[in-house]
Ligand binder design. Structure first.
Ligand code: SF4
Length: 227
């Protein structure tokens, strides 16, 4: 795949980023179709398969219900133009999925940053990041998932923040084993994010944050019931 090839876009929507460093920031989310990491707790399983029969026109993708497999193939310039048309004042764009790092994002970053917007990429850490040097990379490491993909060094080293979905001691140990490899840059923010909104899950993460000096990332959009 080349830098300016079309990307399969499952949905684009305007909301607030709910998590980690950019929490509270108005952002357009661009959700790309396609992921075979296979996380059991995935809340976007409809993005896993890229089937040509599900390709639709841009207008149909923009108007569809959120949780289905339909997508539009969009050139980076088309994505930039859609944002210019629909959300001209937005300053921050989140590229999510699916697994956006399965695609070469350099062309899209160039278009969005040329328009004066900041770009954030949310990734599982299982594919090399192909993005601008200035894009903010959030690695949410998906360790030992059924899809069999491994977390690799390049995205962890490139990460501006590591945000780990956590609910059990096993999750905590997995994160700590990853950090012990020393791939991440000094000063990278390390966040624990409770896997659910259950108070017990949050309380555990709070205790571990206090014990190990991590930061707490809540999925604030779920508490205020926005997307
Ligand atoms: S990496 Fe993300 S999109 Fe892929 S299965 Fe895991 S949670 Fe779902």
């Amino acid at each position: 795949m080349r830098t300016n090839d079309p990307l399969p876009v499952n949905e684009m929507f305007y909301t607030l980023q709910g998590e980690a460093r950019w929490a509270g920031t108005p952002a357009v989310f661009v959700r790309l179709q396609g992921c075979n990491v296979g996380c059991p707790f995935c809340d976007t399983k409809h993005t896993w398969r890229v089937e040509q029969e599900n390709e639709v026109a841009l207008w149909a993708m923009l108007q569809k219900d959120a949780d289905n497999e339909r997508y539009a193939s969009m050139l980076p310039e088309d994505i930039g133009q859609t944002i210019r048309d629909q959300w001209p004042t937005v300053r921050h764009i989140v590229l999510t999925g699916g697994e956006p790092a399965d695609y070469d994002l350099r062309g899209l970053c160039a278009v969005l940053e040329r328009d004066g917007r900041s770009v954030q990429i949310e990734t599982s850490g299982t594919a090399p990041i192909r993005a601008s040097d200035t894009a903010w990379v959030t690695v949410s490491p998906k360790i030992d998932m059924p899809g069999g993909r491994e977390v690799i060094e390049q995205p962890v080293a490139r990460a501006n923040e590591i945000k780990h979905p956590t609910s059990t001691e096993r999750h905590l140990k997995q994160l700590q084993a990853l950090l012990a490899r020393g791939w991440h840059a000094p000063g990278t923010d390390i966040w624990l994010q409770p896997l659910s909104q259950h108070p017990l899950a949050t309380q555990r993460c709070i205790e571990w944050c206090k014990q190990y000096g991590y930061r707490l990332s809540l999925q604030t959009h779920k508490y205020v019931m926005i997307r």
